[in-house]
Design a binder for this molecule. Structure first.
Ligand SMILES: [Fe+2]
Ligand SMILES: [Fe+2]
Length: 344
């Protein structure tokens, strides 16, 4: 039915009342020629994060807060969510001597990368993982986990979660374990020492949650002995792999460490995955589009999707090591991963 006095405005308002919308309101611009993101390149200084953690240690109790966690917030996103990117969250957790962060499980998958302290432990599905700097500990989706610090010093680690992605999928839920701590049934050392025979005997490998730095570091260093192993865009890059299928550490998060030797300057590229970096050792700089972010040990930064970037280690004597986590596994699963050499 066409009305003599009809107009676009009238049609739009009539349609809105019926929960309808005209595509014409988008005009003729169409879709962007390249992927676009609201995520901003951003760097967080360790001094700011650390000061906030220590102050939180004075005013936040684990009796009143499920976790004592400082989240890194991307200024391009709605700050209320506390997300660093649209897919991944990075935060830092502070557990004082004698404290216990109670046991729970949730649909968002999480990882811990240990920054400071020694001897606290995370229990994952009954497996005790004693934490030392550089260790990576996984708490995949719906695994029970709690953290206890029986050492004499505070413990700090990086938390990485796929919280924004799971939020976007409307899948967020959490359950509390009936007790504050779950019983310890075995240690990660036992699981790792039995790994060889477990593989031979076909024992499920879902229970590999712990990657010790003392195992990771020699492999990373061995890479640097062979120039042909150098990745032009990342220096010497070691990806953590699932022993289950050789795939990424978790379905939604890929983790890696990379070593930039003194004087390293990588070539420029870009990809449709977004990467969160943490400077574990040394210092350097990362050029992201037209901005250069100088980082030193403890700093964290985000390289948003499709931004051109390269890494520099300006030191003539010291190496730099970056820990990173990326949403590349998700993009690859959806066949949306794309990478482009942008150095020319
Ligand atoms: Fe948790
Ligand atoms: Fe990259």
């Amino acid at each position: 039915m066409t009305r003599a006095s009809d107009s676009v405005a009238l049609l739009d308002s009539d349609m809105a009342a019926k929960n309808l919308s005209g595509y014409w309101s988008l005009g003729m611009e169409g879709l962007p020629p390249e992927p676009m993101t609201a995520i901003e390149p951003c760097l967080w200084k360790w001094s700011d994060v650390h000061e906030s953690l220590v102050r939180a240690g004075g005013v936040i109790s684990l009796e009143n807060s499920e976790r004592r966690v400082v989240r890194l917030v991307n200024p391009g996103l709605d700050r209320r969510h506390g997300f660093a990117t649209h897919t991944l969250q990075i935060s830092f957790q502070y557990v004082k001597p004698g404290e216990n962060a109670r046991a729970h499980r949730h649909t968002p998958a999480a990882l811990r990368f240990v920054i400071e302290g020694n001897g606290a432990y995370t229990t994952v599905n009954g497996q005790q993982c004693v934490m030392e700097p550089g260790d990576l500990i996984l708490t995949p989706k719906l695994t029970w986990h709690d953290h206890s610090n029986n050492s004499k010093q505070p413990m700090i680690w990086l938390d990485g979660l796929d919280f924004p992605l799971i939020t976007a999928l409307h899948q967020v839920m959490q359950e509390r374990y009936p007790d504050r701590r779950q019983p310890i049934e075995r240690t990660s050392e036992e699981v790792m020492s039995h790994l060889g025979s477990a593989i031979r005997h076909g024992v499920p490998l879902e229970d590999v949650f712990h990657y010790k730095w003392r195992d990771t570091e020699p492999v990373l260093r061995a890479l640097t002995q062979n120039r042909s192993r150098r990745n032009p865009f990342d220096g010497y890059l070691l990806e953590y792999r699932s022993p289950l299928d050789g795939g990424p550490t978790m379905k939604t998060i890929g983790c890696a460490v990379q070593l930039l030797p003194p004087g390293e300057r990588t070539e420029t590229h870009r990809h449709t995955s977004t990467v969160i970096y943490h400077a574990f050792r040394g210092s350097g700089a990362t050029q992201i589009a037209d901005r250069c972010f100088e980082w030193e040990q403890g700093d964290s930064f985000v390289v948003p999707l499709w931004y051109r970037h390269c890494h520099l280690n300006r030191s003539a004597s010291d190496e730099a090591i970056l820990f990173s986590m990326s949403d590349a596994p998700v993009l690859k699963a959806l066949d949306l991963y794309r990478e482009e050499d942008a150095s020319h």
